[in-house]
Design a protein around this ligand. Sequence first.
Ligand code: HEC
Ligand code: HEC
Length: 216
Amino acid sequence: MLNLGTPKKVLLTALLSASTLALGCQQPVQSDQARGEVLYANCVSCHMAEGWGDQKIGAPAIAGLPEWYIEAQLLKFRSAQRGSHFDDIGGMKMRPMSLALLHERDVGIISAHVAKMPPLRKGATLQGDAKKGQGLFATCVACHGPTGLGNEALRAPPLAGQDDWYVVGQLQHFKAGIRGTNPADVSGATMRPMAMVLADEQAMRDVAAHIQTLSK
Ligand code: HEC
Ligand code: HEC
């Protein structure tokens, strides 16, 4: 009679340890940092091991972009707000990669990982007049900032340190409506009219030449 409590205790202990084990299974087996590295392996073929991009593929440098911007763009690619226009060849390469991030949480983990990668400043690839570009850049300052460092509140990414060929390519896409025309793409819609202000490709090259002079 005195021992009645003991089997109950044993049962309780067994139940408790079983639930602890079950909870244990819910814990991620990897740290976010390790998981970020695993996820980044899927990006290397285009954005390269260091995240500095590959012009031949049209893949931009992404190393060191702010986490909020990377996350926002990955979500846009996933939801077809970006990269789903018929003429968006670069977007066609990138969109499936965003969809390959099968878990919602991985979007945040990979964004934090890429944001921590050190960027590399590369030289100009296009002929542009930086002096003329400086004048044209006056229109851009309101959102991207005087030194092109971007503005999170306005959802405007940094431009300083970005390659000229990618800047010109995206400006052409905004102007032609290949980017920024999806009805759900609110921040893209704020950028589009700004690209329309640039008269032609030379003006875009000039502004990209000025962006080359801004230090990151
Ligand atoms: C098959 C090639 C390819 C792979 C693999 C790839 N990307 Fe991309 N990515 C691109 C291209 C091309 C673009 C440019 C899209 C455009 O022209 O609008 C791009 C654009 C981006 C952008 C937008 C950058 C900006 O400044 O707006 C982000 C962020 C990005 N990729 C992150 C990733 C991540 C993270 C991975 C891995 C999970 C990845 N990409 C894998 C080709 C690729
Ligand atoms: C009214 C605010 C605003 C102004 C002014 C503005 N932009 Fe933007 N820009 C944005 C926003 C917001 C985005 C991000 C769009 C998105 O989320 O896809 C953007 C994106 C861009 C991108 C794409 C960057 C990338 O990594 O893909 C380029 C290039 C760019 N802007 C260049 C310019 C230039 C050059 C000017 C001046 C002629 C300019 N912008 C003026 C708000 C602005």
